[in-house]
Write a protein that binds this ligand. Structure first.
Ligand code: GTP
Ligand code: MG
Length: 202
């Protein structure tokens, strides 16, 4: 898919104030510093579109970007600095929870995982919650440039093996690097196919 235009629309801390929900929407979520904002810039080929930082906690609100005047990308705050609740479920913010549950035009959420890390409790809890809520998601392994191709493939295989001890099947998986552009075509094609489906279902 070609990106003809990518524009910032708004930043909101309330779901009700997000832009009108008549276009398909894709959100990026994951631990702080995993590379959500960088990935949005890589996919849109617009360097400063989403604000990035080496310090975790840069993105604090729900940020909408409109792509090709036709669909939204959403940059969300990271989780992973919040304290774990009594039920040992991660307390990602009520704002994110509401957004994910209430945003009816949200077609797919991309859960970002640092390719160098073993499965983390808060990621597994978050994805478990998504499954429980029956909210569709795909996984994107980020920062693949930090490993060799072979090591990256091994890391994903290892992650999959561990995860499949708990899940019946894996969601769609992508490997990406915002440094090299790896994964860009695959992720954009996936979004394009979902855009087509969401049009047909209207
Ligand atoms: P929060 O908004 O704080 O939750 O973080 P985020 O997930 O949006 O991460 P962000 O895109 O701001 O990137 C965090 C740091 O990781 C920055 O220093 C980026 O330059 C770096 N980074 C992000 N993606 C990549 C990548 O693919 N490769 C490498 N080497 N570094 C990356
Ligand atoms: Mg960010």
């Amino acid at each position: 898919m070609q990106i003809h235009s990518a524009k910032f629309v708004s930043s909101n801390s309330e779901v009700a104030k997000c832009p009108s929900g008549h276009l398909p929407e894709y959100a990026f979520i994951g631990r702080s510093n995993v590379g959500k904002s960088s990935l949005i810039n890589m996919l849109t080929a617009r360097k400063g579109l989403a604000k990035t930082s080496a310090t975790p906690g840069k993105t604090q609100v729900i940020n909408h970007f409109i792509i090709n005047d036709n669909w939204y990308l959403v940059d969300l705050p990271g989780y992973g600095y919040a304290k774990v609740s009594q039920a040992s479920r991660v307390r990602f913010s009520a704002m994110i929870e509401k957004y994910l549950q209430q945003r009816s035009n949200l077609v797919c959420t991309f859960v970002l995982i640092d390719i160098r890390h073993e499965p983390q409790t808060n990621d597994m809890d978050f994805m478990g919650w998504m499954l429980e809520q029956q909210l569709p998601f795909a996984m994107i392994f980020t920062k693949a440039d930090k490993l060799s191709k072979t090591a990256a493939a091994k890391a994903v295989a290892h992650y999959t093996e561990l995860t499949l001890q708990y899940w019946a099947e894996m969601p769609p998986l992508f490997i990406s690097s915002s440094e090299t552009g790896q994964g860009r075509e695959e992720i954009l094609s996936y979004i394009e196919s979902l855009n087509q489906l969401s049009k047909q279902n209207k």
